[in-house]
Write a protein that binds this ligand. Structure first.
Ligand code: SF4
Length: 383
C-alpha cells in the first residue's frame, strides 16, 4: 500500500496532544465528512471528487472514520475498502431495475420506525446515523437524513405494536447503525423489548465492528445483554476489514457471550471472487463469527456499478462449496425487490429425479444417486 499523509488511526493533528485514537468518540468526531479532509488522506480521482461534491450537495452523505480510512490504499481508487465508502460520479447513474426503496420498507411500515415483511419478525429503525455511509446501502434513502437517534417516546408506538402481536418472535434493531448510539439508549431499547414476553430474540444489526471497532467495549457488551437473547449481526465484506481493532471488537462480543453472525454483500470488484470470500469467511470463523448470508446487492438507486449479475454469486458459491466447511459457508440470498422476501439461490446440484432416485452433483463434479426409502407401510393396529 502506498504511503501518503493520512488522517488515519495513528495521525494526530497539531495542538491536540491528548487525542486518543482508540476512543470511539474521537473516531466519530474526526470522521471525514468533507472534500478537503478526504483530499488530505487519499489521492482522489476526478470521479471521486465529483461523487463527494454530489454527496455534499444533498445526496447520500459521506462519513468515513479515521479507522476505516486507515484501511484504504490512498493511491488506488480500486481499493476494495475505498470503493465501499468513497462516493463516485457513477452514483448519479440509474440503471433499469434501480429503486429508491428496493425492499419496499416504506410500504411495509406498520408503525413509525417499524417495518414488518414476515409474520414472525419486525425491523425497528432506531437511528439514521452510521459511522461510515456505505455507498451500496439499501437505506440510502433515509440514513444520514439528520434525524439522529430516535427518542424512546417516538419508538413507543412500535413497542406497543409488537406487544399487541404475539406472533412477533424476533426483532431486528437496525437503522442506521444502532451501535453508534449511547450505550444507555441501546440498553433501554433492549430492556423494553425484553419486557415483551413473546419476543424471543433480538438481533442488533451493526457495521460498528467494521467501521468503528473502538465502539465495542465491555460497557456496550453489558448493555447488549439487556435482552437475554441478543444476537449481533455484523457486516464484514472484505478480509482487509478484519483489522486488529476489529478482531478485538469481535473478541469482546464473543467473550461477553453474545452470538455473532455476519452478513456480507456481494460487490463488484470488491469481493466478487472465491479467493477473497474464502479468506473473509475463514477469518470470520477464526474470530468466532458465523458467516450467515452472502447477499446479492439490492438494486438501490445509483449502485449499478457496485452490483453483480446473480450468476456471479452462483459461480462463486459453486467454487466455495467443498473448499469451506459448513460453519464457514453462508447462504447466497436474493432479497426480492418490493419486499417480497428472501430467496436462497445457489448452484444446481440436483441433476435429475426419477422413481425415487435423485442424482446429485458433488463439489468434485461426480454424479451420485440417492435412493429414497420405500414408502412407509400403513401403521399396524397397536403399533
Ligand atoms: S452501516 Fe448499514 S445502514 Fe449504515 S450506511 Fe452502511 S449499510 Fe447502510
Amino acid at each position: 500500500m502506498a504511503t501518503l499523509p493520512m488522517i488515519g488511526p495513528e495521525a494526530t493533528s497539531a495542538g491536540d496532544e491528548r487525542e486518543d485514537t482508540s476512543d470511539w468518540r474521537w473516531q466519530s468526531r474526526h470522521a471525514v465528512r468533507d472534500l478537503e479532509g478526504l483530499e488530505r488522506a487519499l489521492r482522489l480521482t476526478d470521479a471521486e471528487r465529483e461523487g463527494v461534491r454530489r454527496a455534499l450537495a444533498g445526496g447520500f452523505p459521506m462519513s468515513i472514520t479515521p479507522h476505516y480510512l486507515g484501511l484504504m490504499d490512498p493511491s488506488d481508487p480500486r481499493c476494495p475498502i475505498r470503493r465501499q465508502a468513497v462516493p463516485t460520479a457513477e452514483e448519479a447513474t440509474e440503471v433499469p431495475g434501480d429503486l429508491r426503496d428496493p425492499l419496499g420498507e416504506e410500504a411495509h411500515e406498520v408503525a413509525p420506525e417499524l417495518v414488518q415483511r414476515y409474520p414472525d419478525r419486525v425491523l425497528l429503525l432506531a437511528t439514521d446515523r452510521c459511522a461510515v455511509y456505505c455507498r451500496f446501502c439499501t437505506r440510502s434513502r433515509m440514513v444520514g437524513d439528520g434525524g439522529g437517534a430516535r427518542a424512546l417516546e417516538r419508538l413507543e408506538p412500535a413497542f406497543r405494536f409488537i406487544e399487541a402481536h404475539p406472533e412477533i418472535r424476533d426483532v431486528i434493531v437496525s437503522g442506521g447503525d444502532p451501535l453508534v448510539m449511547a450505550s444507555s439508549r441501546v440498553e433501554a431499547i433492549l430492556r423494553r423489548l425484553a419486557s415483551i414476553a413473546h419476543v424471543g430474540t433480538v438481533r442488533v444489526a451493526t457495521r460498528a465492528p467494521v467501521t468503528l471497532p473502538q465502539r465495542i467495549d465491555a460497557e456496550l457488551c453489558r448493555a447488549l445483554r439487556a435482552h437475554p437473547a441478543t444476537w449481533v449481526m455484523t457486516h464484514f465484506n472484505h478480509p482487509r476489514e478484519l483489522a486488529p481493532a476489529a478482531v478485538d471488537a469481535l473478541a469482546c462480543l464473543a467473550d461477553h457471550g453474545l452470538p455473532v453472525m455476519n452478513q456480507s454483500v456481494l460487490l463488484r470488484g470488491i469481493n466478487d471472487d472465491a479467493d477473497t470470500l474464502e479468506a473473509l469467511f475463514r477469518g470470520l470463523v477464526r474470530h468466532r463469527v458465523r458467516p450467515y448470508y452472502l447477499l446479492q446487492a439490492d438494486p438501490v438507486r445509483g449502485t449499478g456499478h457496485l452490483r453483480t449479475p446473480i450468476e456471479t454469486g452462483i459461480r462463486v458459491m459453486e467454487r466455495l462449496q467443498g473448499r469451506l466447511s459448513g460453519i464457514a459457508l453462508p447462504k447466497l440470498i436474493v432479497d426480492t425487490p418490493g419486499g417480497r422476501g428472501k430467496v436462497p439461490v445457489g448452484p444446481d446440484t440436483i441433476v435429475r429425479r426419477r422413481d425415487g432416485v435423485t442424482t446429485l452433483r458433488t463439489f468434485r463434479g461426480e454424479e451420485v444417486d440417492y435412493l429414497d426409502p420405500p414408502p412407509a407401510r400403513a401403521a399396524l393396529p397397536g403399533t
